[in-house]
Write a protein that binds this ligand. Structure first.
Ligand code: PY5
Length: 307
């Protein structure tokens, strides 16, 4: 799906015309993948657009950068203010937000440290990641032949650009085989996550997801799901899962900013059936929260035009 263009992109403190938001072809990030990014969503509420978990995402951008020894020259607060301004200037009712910190022009050796760190934030409307039908009735997942990269290969807690080759290989493989999305196992053969999503299953009423030690990204939506499960009195455990646990699950779903909460209706053609009652409960609460319909969770929202 092509990107829906907006008027302006924020680049290092300035609002630049969409088509002028370019970088030099010799920017080292393009060659080696040394950069970090975020994916954030702003939802339409009755008080205008609100950014879900805004601070958590901008803080994770900083954490991702810190692991790579990149110093982002803007605080999380400054980046949040920039994003709110960008939404006001471009005017979408809801949007996806893509901040990226990358290396500026000047060096081309493999040492990233001498390069200046540049930051850009783009926003654009983006619909349901795996389709409206998938969101309602579940998607078909395929266990990938690609192994999720290990934490001692590329740090998995850094949402860094280069690691997404691993994700995209899995995504392409799944799509070409006729599935909607991948599930990657880690080097130990345990379930890790989707190409750009965390994975949950429900078995005998217990919600389960792999622990961070499985080499997954600590998803901000994952954390929200855990909080919702707690508040809904759903039993929950972080535990290593094997491939057959997916096959034998009563329910399964993906969580993530792009994918939101999307049920998984089959894994490797084993029908799970979706969406199950626990998935539905969490999905309903998720959408009510992001749309500003749950006062109890309002602190998870950053209202672009103020509270
Ligand atoms: N795991 C990986 C590898 C991810 O890339 C993502 C987010 C997640 C889990 C979920 O994290 P969160 O809940 O914090 O979003 N993926 C990005 C996203 O915007 C990029 C997807 C194209 O959802």
């Amino acid at each position: 799906m092509p990107i829906v263009e907006m008027a302006k992109i924020w680049m290092d403190g300035e609002l630049v015309d969409w088509h002028d938001a370019t970088v030099h072809v010799l920017t080292p990030t393009l060659h080696y993948g040394w950069g970090v990014f975020e994916g954030i969503r702003a939802y339409e509420t009755d008080r205008g657009p609100a950014v879900f978990q805004h601070r958590a995402h901008m803080e994770r951008l900083h954490k991702s950068a810190r692991i790579l020894e990149m110093e982002i020259p803007y605080s999380a607060d400054e980046l949040m203010a920039a994003t709110r301004e960008l939404i006001r200037v471009n005017g979408p009712r809801s949007c996806y937000i893509r901040p990226i910190a990358y290396l500026g022009y000047g060096q081309i050796g493999l040492n990233p440290l001498p390069s200046p760190v540049k930051v850009a934030i783009a926003i654009f409307p983006w619909g349901t990641y795996l389709g409206d039908e998938g969101l309602a009735n579940g998607v078909r997942a395929k266990t990938s032949s690609w192994v999720r990269i290990g934490a001692n290969m590329i740090p998995t807690q850094s949402k860094c650009c280069g690691v997404y080759i691993n994700s995209s290989l899995a995504k392409v493989e799944a799509l070409k085989a006729g599935y909607d999305e991948a599930i990657l196992l880690n080097e130990h053969g345990n379930v890790a996550e989707g190409s750009g999503e965390n994975v949950f299953i429900v078995k005998d009423g217990v919600l389960m997801t792999p622990p961070l030690t499985a080499g997954i990204l600590e998803g901000i939506s994952r954390k929200a799901v855990m909080r919702f499960a707690h508040d809904l009195d759903i039993q929950f455990v972080e535990t290593d899962l094997l491939r057959h646990d997916l096959y034998l699950a009563d329910e399964a779903f993906y969580s993530g900013t792009a994918v939101e909460v999307t049920p998984i209706r089959s894994v490797d053609d084993r029908e799970i059936g979706a969406p199950g009652p626990v998935t539905k409960q969490i999905q309903d609460l998720f959408f009510n929260v992001v749309k500003g319909k749950e006062p109890r969770y309002e602190s998870m929202l950053d209202f672009v035009y103020g509270p």
